[in-house]
Write a protein that binds this ligand. Structure first.
Ligand code: FE2
Length: 446
């Protein structure tokens, strides 16, 4: 790239004196050229994938052009998308891909190439309604660079070596303590780049730490770092905002909500007539897929490090939002915020405090064997609410822990969830930091 035409040595006056200067100049130029070598300092990471498209992002230390080359094998990256604008934040959308297909890729900025090996690949999303198996990794409250965070990551990496997840969903509090750029860099990208970011699309939701305790979606770096669907790019009703959104994977409809944002109508998630609740109702109404998973940060039911009986963000969402979810037969609700794991019975109508839970009234489960639920057509079902907030942070419980509605709770082990949906069956596991699976359940739809 750096070109230098050497002087003509045969042309006088060329003397030993200016030869010395020339050598010095050459050395300086070599140093300058090396210093200009572009470095990829974040990514590549995968965003907003659909059956036919996807976005690859990365960051360079110096502004440069962007190119993604891709194809059917690492040695056949024969397709290319290029952007000649000089940028440090690279965001390349690849279009005209085939659904449910694996592609290998490499990124290139000004001659610096990353990828082009077996570990740099992306899978496009199976078509909505396809019964192709879908594997989802759900992770909450993780970005603190703790040993627990690394152990939870390694446990999931080892558990999925031969069958990788298709989608990665986050329960919020992704980067401690204030969701700053450098905190995302140190506690998130540094930790997962080599293992997951380069081949697993992430569908995040934000927590109070990502908002630095505030409620204005214009502030958090989270919204600049990630590319969320706002127009229903991957199915679901367009939300018109990156704060909350929905998308499809095969026969699973997923919804990411935002328990932190004050929306443009000054409402929060917990306001039953707020902007988010209104969109949620319409999105659920429009959904025709057999499985629905909804996730966000602050849970409606918890007795771990936070108390859903006393904290307004939690009990108001329980009172105002869980009836909407249950009306539309949402299968799983996964939250974080509390730094433990808490799984409840399939429930309907339990909007009061923990002590008011009455299995005879609220439990709605056809449990054919322990933790194996069968939902028969026309019989209705309960929603299973889970706190999954020990992906990095860990511990803390209320005096009256666990919830009266709890099937299984644990605040001493860190972990994260692996969810497999294969046609009419859903299997979920809670895989702990030491690799042990301490909770499992399944739902079958007949
Ligand atoms: Fe939180």
């Amino acid at each position: 790239m750096c070109k230098f035409d050497p002087p003509n040595f045969n042309t006088p006056p060329f003397t030993p004196f200016n030869m010395k200067h020339f050598t010095l100049l050459l050395l300086l130029l070599t140093f300058f050229c090396r210093a200009q070598e572009i470095k990829v300092i974040r990514g590549p990471y995968l965003q907003n994938f659909t059956p036919n498209s996807g976005v690859v992002r990365w960051r360079t230390d110096i502004a440069a052009n962007s190119q993604v080359i891709y194809g059917n094998s690492p040695s056949q990256l024969n397709q290319s998308v290029k952007d000649e604008n000089l940028l440090t934040e690279h965001e390349v959308e690849i279009k005209n891909l085939s659904p449910g297909k694996k592609y290998f890729y490499a990124i290139i900025s000004a001659g610096t190439k990353v990828g082009g090996d077996e570990t740099h690949y992306f899978n496009t999303v199976p078509k909505a309604g396809s019964t192709k198996p879908v594997r989802i990794w759900a992770l909450g409250d993780f970005g603190n660079s703790s040993k627990n965070q690394a152990d939870v990551r390694d446990a999931m990496f080892n558990a999925t070596k031969t069958h990788k997840p298709d989608a990665w969903i986050w329960m919020g509090d992704n980067a401690y303590s204030n969701g700053k750029e450098e905190e995302y860099q140190n506690h998130v990208f540094r930790v997962y780049q080599d293992t997951f970011f380069k081949n697993l699309p992430v569908w995040p939701s934000p927590g109070n730490h990502d908002y630095a305790g505030k409620h204005n979606p214009a502030l958090p770096p989270y919204f600049k770092i990630f590319t969320m669907p706002t127009k229903g790019e991957n199915g679901g009703l367009p939300s018109g905002t990156e704060s909350f959104y929905s998308f499809n994977y095969g026969n699973v409809h997923l919804i990411s909500l935002d328990s932190e944002a004050m929306e443009t109508d000054s409402s929060y998630l917990y306001n039953e007539n707020g902007k988010q609740a209104a969109w949620l109702k319409k999105d659920l109404e429009a959904n025709k897929l057999p499985w629905t998973i909804v996730y966000w940060h602050k849970p409606p039911y918890s007795k771990a490090s936070h108390d859903s009986d006393t904290e307004i963000w939690m009990y108001k969402v329980r009172e105002n939002i869980t009836p909407i979810l249950e009306k539309y037969k949402v299968d799983l609700v996964i939250c974080g915020h509390s730094h433990g794991y808490e799984r409840n019975h399939p429930m309907v109508g339990h909007t009061g405090k923990s002590a008011t839970y009455d299995a005879a009234v609220h439990k709605k489960a056809n449990e054919v064997a322990p933790n194996q639920y069968v939902v028969k057509k026309g019989e209705g079902q309960g929603t299973i609410y889970i706190v999954n907030g020990s992906g990095g942070q860990l511990g803390g419980k209320q005096k009256d822990y666990p919830l009266k509605s709890s099937v299984y709770s644990n605040v001493t082990e860190g972990g994260s969830m692996l969810i497999d949906v294969v046609n009419k069956k859903l299997n979920a596991q809670w895989i702990c930091a030491d690799g042990v699976v301490r909770d499992m359940f399944s739902i079958e739809k007949k």
